[in-house]
Design a protein around this ligand. Structure first.
Ligand code: G
Ligand code: G
Ligand code: MN
Ligand code: NA
Length: 254
């Protein structure tokens, strides 16, 4: 099914679309960016969970077709997003770890930015933290070349995998996305709080922006803001949503 959908040449015609989840400033809940997330509804089988089709696509080497479709669509949609919010909005796209080791990512980024006349500074490429140590030097070179273009790079799912510190040491990223398994600072204040405070301090030293993921409650948002996380993402501020239905999240307390 997936191979048919992705080798047909037009993912959109095969039921692929892109949803957007807001990334907000925790201080005032202003949306500063959105993360583009792939969604797939098979014409016959119906909606397929992204964890399922992304894993399948990674195994079969088709994931770059998904990544490139989302990248191109997100760059195209950046203009409509800016109009919707009344200001420029950064767009984050996910790139699977395997993609960093292969040719083509930078070409795809250049092509999408050029085709849609998007300034490189509006694009953030999220790389997952599950890179192997042996992949780090090559990934570091890709990160460096993306940043030389003015594209920013985020380390996704930070703290959920292994070798988090080695990745932070090896990759000169702009942003760290603190995995939701570590952001339970309201319910586990001692352990999660200590970890979060330390990651925030390390990132501050390195000039890295921290995005806390998986924020579902106002209590968690407030606790993470107190710990120094600048930005946040989660169902509290809005789930992944089709562009046409995106709006400002509700103000605090409303
Ligand atoms: O959005 P959500 O939970 O539903 O996504 C599930 C997983 O799929 C997440 O780990 C997310 O990073 C991944 N994912 C979603 N869209 C893309 C994409 O365009 N490319 C890649 N490589 N992963 C994606
Ligand atoms: O792995 P990555 O961070 O790229 O993917 C983000 C995933 O997390 C998406 O699948 C999205 O649907 C999911 N997600 C976003 N916000 C929340 C949240 O507040 N709670 C939970 N449980 N999942 C979330
Ligand atoms: Mn992500
Ligand atoms: Na993540």
């Amino acid at each position: 099914l997936l191979a048919g959908a992705l080798t047909g040449g037009d993912p959109a015609a095969s039921g692929f679309e892109v949803h957007y989840q807001p990334i907000v400033r925790l201080g005032d809940r202003t949306t500063v960016a959105v993360e583009a997330l792939a969604r797939w509804t098979d014409p016959v089988a119906g909606p397929i969970h992204p964890d399922v089709f992304v894993t399948m696509a990674e195994r079969t080497g088709l994931v770059s077709a998904i990544d490139d479709f989302v990248l191109d669509q997100a760059c195209a949609d950046a203009h409509a997003l800016a109009e919707r919010y009344g200001r420029p909005i950064d767009v984050h796209v996910n790139v699977s770890a395997g993609r960093l080791g292969r040719q083509g990512l930078e070409d795809a980024v250049d092509a999408a930015l050029t085709r849609h006349a998007l300034p490189p500074g509006r694009l953030v490429v999220e790389i997952t933290e599950t890179l192997r140590i042996s992949d780090l030097p090559r990934a570091a070179a890709v990160v460096e070349r993306l940043r030389a273009r003015g594209v920013r790079v985020a380390l996704d799912d930070f703290g959920s995998g292994y070798n988090a510190l080695a990745q932070l040491h090896g990759l000169a990223v702009d942003t760290v996305k603190l995995d939701s398994t570590l952001t339970d600072v309201d319910t586990a204040p001692d352990r999660a709080g200590a970890l979060c405070r330390s990651v925030v301090a390390i990132c501050a030293d390195l000039g890295i922006t921290v995005v806390a993921e998986g924020i579902e409650t106002p209590e968690r948002a407030a606790a993470l803001a107190r710990l120094g996380c600048a930005l946040g993402q989660g169902y509290l501020f809005g789930p992944p949503t089709p562009l046409a239905q995106l709006g400002e999240p509700a103000a605090p307390g409303s």
